[in-house]
Design a protein around this ligand. Sequence first.
Ligand code: SAM
Length: 304
Amino acid sequence: MNGFTSDWLALREPFDRAARAAAAATLDLPSLIAGRSAEDGSLSVIDLACGTGANLRELAPRLGGTQRWRLIDHDPVLLNAVAPALAGWASARGHRFEQHGDLLHVEGRGENGLAFAAAVQTGRLDLARDLNTLPFARTQLVTASALLDLVSADWLRALLDQALAARCALLFALNVDGRTAWDPADDHDELVHAAFAAHQRRDKGFLGPALGGQAVEQAALWLGAAGYRVRQADSDWIIDASQPGPSHPAAAALQRAMIEGMATAASEQAPDNEAAIRAWRQRRLALLERSCLRVGHTDLIAMP
Ligand SMILES: C[S@@+](CC[C@H](N)C(=O)[O-])C[C@H]1O[C@@H](n2cnc3c(N)ncnc32)[C@H](O)[C@@H]1O
């Protein structure tokens, strides 16, 4: 779970999509973004820590209109996977995809009926070190998905200072918020969750201990204090491996990865409890085909 391989990102993407659809119904993105375009009528977007571009695949059709995206990550393998991932997605959705050298272009119509046309460029950058090299002043929307829980308070403050100075809108999706629930429950769920949450707050390379489940609350506090209008909506993963059907293999695979990832992280964090955590892992794997896991996330949108 900490490696951010394209396999891991692909495993989570359908659950991210379902979670974000639930949040989008509350957040009404097009109306929040309306009127924010640049003089040429396009919307400039920076996607921080883009992975293979899942955030663009989610947002471009929802936002509609003409868009210019800058997709930023430090991992060249993930950045190289952006074009094929966009091409595959466009083909499956009936969108048009073109590549001219480094410039990608995708256009189509979202499920909400809005037409969109997005010009997309990728950029390799260590966001911990070089955040201030990004062109915030020429950007209307700064966004990230599944990033905030990795960053420190200092890094978040630096990001907000720059984005607020440029009056950018902000959209942070899929922020882990600390809620985790299993059905059926196990006596040691809480022990594992507590150790896992503490592990999430270790330094993930963003200038200090990660905010983990506190990130979205901290962001909302600072944005509100700066006079931004903040809206939040739950975007929980619901990983139900107890139901047969077409989505069952994906749910079973993601739930298995979560069990393994939680057990490994919890054991690293609380080695004294290793035997109990190992036993929890075995019971959870045995129960997998009968279990539903809910992982709490929050989406946050903030407007100047
Ligand atoms: C959980 S993944 C999210 C990826 C993508 N936003 C998504 O929703 O699928 C976190 C991303 O942060 C990127 N990342 C981690 N540290 C980074 C850094 N210092 N600079 C830039 N990107 C970083 C990883 O390469 C990975 O793509």
